[in-house]
Design a protein around this ligand. Structure first.
Ligand code: FAD
Length: 551
């Protein structure tokens, strides 16, 4: 991407387009601060896109970190308002196995704990807990073993984390910010004791150039230790890896909490067309952009869930994915017990570098609050006296109410299709519908597993900064269903080629890189000894076969 020199001066440079960076960009842009957001891959491609996607209070932290639970619950309420089209309810059932030590006493204590959590539910529009008998659990979720003492329920909310981060970036851009993706910050430029810009590498055009800015916010999440070492900043996180497994279909409308073999709480929950099992929590000091997943981790989750859902291993697991939590550093603690609080660092105070700040930690569920706090500090530095508007102004797509029934008559599309579109694009789906109206061929369903039309693919390239197959996947869920892209990748790559005017060679590079990404998630499920060459061959064969079939 070529940028004119006149656009290279900003008040605020934000490094890292996870939920925190994107949230800060939106908050700052809405206050009229001239902002640029720079992300090395895609918006939401780090921990944000690899999280469990819960806009929850975090019952887990109620005892160790009550303030985090309260803050997340309050922010969850705001996020539900500003991102109403992206949010879905997740009712949880947590059964207590019959052989749980002192089970009868424990279930009483467990319920007492949820009486305490109930106090936070009104902040996040959640229902109060209930106590269920074994028979009631079986009625709600027949897959749960009968070998339980009963269960306690609690109520949470889920979100598509990719789109939540993306819509913050898009809102920032619509309010005057510049958003650069696939652009890595490779140096920080200083003048005496002040930062005054960054040097970046645009991975697609291969250009290196400088961007000037008065204030820099580092929001690189789990890359913080690498970043701190490289730029001599005092900042330390305790990165903690978590993996998830994805089952090819939605097994139930209820999520189930489970005590794992080591008594940690894990879960199995519906997410879109799939079911997700998560998660682990282990110290991780490798590259957050290339996280290995072992068969042991996969087995740990499956064996633990099997105790409560005995048939679990009969279901088809399509992939595993991993992320690294950018948890604030602390010693003498197990990973699960680390605080999910956030920290804002002014590097003038500790490194004698003026106008440089870092934000670490936090949760998806508290990003809006964290962003507001960061921009309050930056605003003081820039003498901007406008308060945050992010709790009041809905994100793109949640600005207007939509009558799906009317649209169904008008555009002659089923409510099923319209609901799917609404849950991703909200009121912006009207743009997609009008694209289809002017060219009916765009309604063809390209990704059959996730029901993604050609119009959607063209829409996210035109209006949502998608530049690669993986970017399209994050925005539309293409390739995230049961076939894992084997049925749709070639069709989508030809649309990408058409929209971005790619050469055939560049298109094939894209396809290869997409296969590699899918391979990374397939490998731990299939067999960790299988080679990438073998997987590539299998996937290409499948793709070609399926492609021929479709044509
Ligand atoms: C397994 C797991 C489950 C979780 N579940 C939940 C949950 O259900 N609910 C919840 O509230 N929270 C959850 N979290 C926590 C939440 O996901 C994180 O706290 C949050 O996403 C962190 O966002 P971030 O913006 O700080 O980091 P990230 O999303 O990692 O963003 C940092 C970005 O910086 C970019 N970057 C790095 N270096 C550079 C550079 N040099 N130049 C440009 N860009 C750079 C990276 O590419 C990355 O996109 C979970 C986390 C994990 C790992």
């Amino acid at each position: 991407m070529q940028i004119d020199n006149e656009f290279l001066n900003y008040d605020l440079i934000i490094i890292g387009g996870g939920i925190n960076g994107a949230g800060i960009a939106r908050d700052a842009a809405l206050r009229g601060i001239k902002t640029i957001l720079i992300e090395q891959e895609d918006i939401g491609s780090g921990a944000t896109g690899a999280c469990s996607g819960m806009i929850h209070g975090g019952a887990r932290y109620l005892i160790s970190d009550r303030e985090v639970t309260k803050l997340s619950s309050i922010d969850s309420g705001y996020i539900q308002y500003i991102a109403s089209h992206l949010i879905f309810r997740i009712p949880f059932i947590h059964p207590i196995p019959s052989d749980y030590p002192n089970g009868k006493l424990f279930i009483e204590q467990f319920e007492t704990f949820f009486f305490a959590y109930d106090k936070f539910q009104p902040y996040k529009n959640g229902k109060q807990h209930t106590r269920l008998t074994q028979e009631e659990v079986s009625e709600l979720h027949p897959g749960v073993t009968k070998d339980i003492l009963g269960a306690v329920t609690f109520d949470e909310w889920g979100v598509d984390p990719f789109r939540l981060a993306l819509l913050n970036a898009i809102s920032a851009s619509e309010n005057g910010a510049t958003v650069l993706t696939h652009t890595k910050v490779i140096d920080i430029i200083k003048e005496n004791d002040k930062v005054n810009g960054v040097k970046v590498f645009d991975k697609q055009s291969k250009r290196i150039y400088e961007i000037k800015g008065k204030v820099i916010v580092n929001a690189v999440g789990s890359w913080s230790n690498i970043f701190a070492n490289k730029f001599n900043l005092t900042m330390k996180i305790r990165p903690a890896k978590g993996i998830h497994l994805v089952i090819a279909r939605r097994l139930s409308n209820y999520a189930v909490g489970v005590f794992a073999i080591d008594n940690r709480v894990i879960f199995i929950m519906p997410h879109k067309n799939t079911t997700i099992i998560g998660t682990t929590d282990d110290d991780f000091y490798g590259d957050p952009g290339d996280i290995p997943i072992t068969s042991d981790e996969v087995n740990y989750l499956l064996d633990s869930i099997e105790k409560i859902i005995p048939d679990i291993k009969k279901h088809r697991i399509i992939r595993a994915f991993a992320g690294v939590r950018p948890t604030v550093y602390n010693e003498y603690m197990m990973e699960d017990d680390l605080s999910r609080d956030h920290l804002i660092i002014d590097h003038e105070a500790i490194d004698n570098i003026k106008n440089m700040y870092s934000v670490i930690g936090g949760k998806l569920a508290s990003f809006r609050f964290v962003s507001e706090e960061v921009v309050d500090i930056i605003s003081q530095r820039l003498s901007v006296h406008i308060s945050s508007k992010t709790s009041l102004i809905p994100l793109p797509g949640s600005e207007r109410s939509i009558n799906l029934q009317e649209l169904s008559h008008k555009y002659k599309l089923s409510l099923f299709v319209l609901n799917k579109l609404y849950s991703k694009y909200g009121d912006r789906m009207l743009i997609i519908l009008n694209m289809i109206k002017s060219d009916n061929s765009l309604k063809v369903n390209i990704c059959k597993c996730e029901s993604v039309s050609e119009a959607e693919i063209r829409y996210v390239i035109k209006y949502e900064l998608a530049r690669t197959l993986d970017d399209i996947r994050r925005r539309t869920r293409s390739g995230m269903g049961s076939c894992q892209g084997t049925g749709c990748t070639l069709a989508i790559s030809s649309i990408l080629k058409d929209e971005l005017n790619l050469s055939f060679e560049d298109e094939m590079l894209e396809v290869k890189s997409f296969i590699k990404e899918r391979y990374h998630g397939n490998k731990p499920i299939l067999n960790n000894n299988i080679s990438i060459q073998q997987i590539e061959l299998n996937m290409v064969n499948n793709m070609l076969l399926t492609g021929l079939d479709i044509d």
